[in-house]
Design a protein around this ligand. Sequence first.
Ligand SMILES: *[C@@H]1O[C@H](CO)[C@@H](O)[C@H](O)[C@H]1NC(C)=O
Ligand SMILES: *[C@@H]1O[C@H](CO)[C@@H](O)[C@H](O)[C@H]1NC(C)=O
Ligand SMILES: *[C@@H]1O[C@H](CO)[C@@H](O)[C@H](O)[C@H]1NC(C)=O
Length: 533
Amino acid sequence: MAASTKLPVLKGIGGMDSDDVAVAGGKKAGRWGFVQFFFALAIVLCVLLYAPRVLVISPYGYSIDVGLFAPTTTSSSSVPLQQRVSGGGNAGGDGGRVREVVLDNEVHSPCSSMRDHTICCDRSSVHTDVCFMSGDVRTDAATLSLLLFPPHQHRHDQARNGTSEEERVRPYPRKWESFIMDKVPEVRLRVVAPRRPEEHRCDVRHDAPLLVMSAGGYTGNLFHAFNDGFLPSWVTVQHLRRRVVLGVLSYNPWWAGMFSEVISGLSDHHVVDLLHDTRTHCFPGAIVGTRYHGILIVDPARLRDNKTIVDFHQMLADAYEKPPPRETTTTTVQQQQDQQRRPRLGIVSRKGTRVIENQAAVARLASSVGFDVDILETADGRPLSAWYASLRACDALVGVHGADLTKFLFLRPGRASLTQIAPLGVSPIAQEDFGVPAARMGLAYEQYEVRAAESSLARKYAADDAVVADPEKAMRDKGWDLVARIYLGGQNVTLDLARFRRTLARMHAHSGALGRGGDGRPRQLRAAGRLAG
Ligand SMILES: *[C@@H]1O[C@H](CO)[C@@H](O)[C@H](O)[C@H]1NC(C)=O
Ligand SMILES: *[C@@H]1O[C@H](CO)[C@@H](O)[C@H](O)[C@H]1NC(C)=O
Ligand SMILES: *[C@@H]1O[C@H](CO)[C@@H](O)[C@H](O)[C@H]1NC(C)=O
């Protein structure tokens, strides 16, 4: 278990056979052409697989964006954390009306005491650095900088006080992992004084602050897209209620298309492609980098408005259900239907690795237990909105550990159940990546631990080989390579139907209890989820 704290990032392999990630690869992919691209990926994968102690193996998520600047360690005031920041001020710097925009929603942030026309960085987290700029902020594409133009008097004060004039930050919440951070472009934040009027112009003026985030890193993998991208971004700016402009590094059309609903759930504005847009964009403030609360987790105690992962789910639900769901108007009818229909079970069907070899038998079994069964092929090329609709209709979801289980975020909190099948050697990762977060979102969670006899590895290794007899020992001896190559990359499962029937029966009982209770409880749970938002 001790090892598990470092394992969670391994799920890149899971993305390998997920269609969600098949076309990912960052902006340079197109230029390189596919052959070179996948050749490069192969090299990267090999490097990763054989580099000892490299924790992250995320072939498709790997972005080939290269940072524009050499890595620099930025020293900064490591002031203890604190709460809110007021940013904002007059957008033009020309005496316009001042509109207060609170940039930092984190409780105990050091940037709460931040004054207008300053830069404040919170580097206290091991996961992420996040910087705030309040005042007249303008992009400088040539140097990938955000320039802050304080009014005259301020500049004098600042010069006298020796306030920090420049900060640098790589906006990606895996600060502890230099391998990937080196590929995230570094953004410079500078306090400047315009020497000539033309240095102080706007091509595009925005009335909402900027959030700089990255669509690179491992974002090609669905787990990372949410865990490193959308969830941290939401945690950082949800309090602005979409009055925020996303300035995206490593922007690419695949990302924008695949996640269009989520992006519009975060922001009402067009996305700015920071690396390619050479215009000068002007903002009343900026946030560079995102907060990070844990693996697919929102910690309400750290947010001034106590938001939870259920609120994040609700944002997704609102984004994908553009026309409001009928249930609000036809509650009684809907309730009766709930009582009559069989609960629906989705089975996530992977390809290539971590396949359920007796899936057809499992589906028949689930049907005999009382479920309507929906086989959800991970590589079916459907858009995420279609997945949302499928999962929204599910009372229960079963799947082997892999990036596609990130879609548990689409299940109904307080209502649905998730059973994650953990192949040999994958148990701690499974628990940490999806088990804990799913339970925190209010799903009934169960982890089905595959036994040696159910694993395809039993065909390959002798019964007394540590790989099948004692995965924990095998992992201690052979390290991450074993996990990536054997446990994640080279294992299928054949479920013991007698044992799995008991799991299915529990899931069925759970949905039955909720769906047929007739006391309106499920609806209350759902309503509570909404109200919390
Ligand atoms: C500079 O320091 C003075 C006194 O120490 C303070 O009143 C003023 O607000 C400071 N200004 C800035 C911009 O830091
Ligand atoms: C958040 O929770 C704290 C502690 O329970 C409470 O004092 C505060 O009023 C809550 N804030 C909001 C906005 O609900
Ligand atoms: C797992 O199943 C898939 C699909 O049937 C197959 O292609 C693959 O070779 C299997 N892997 C192992 C390790 O048996």
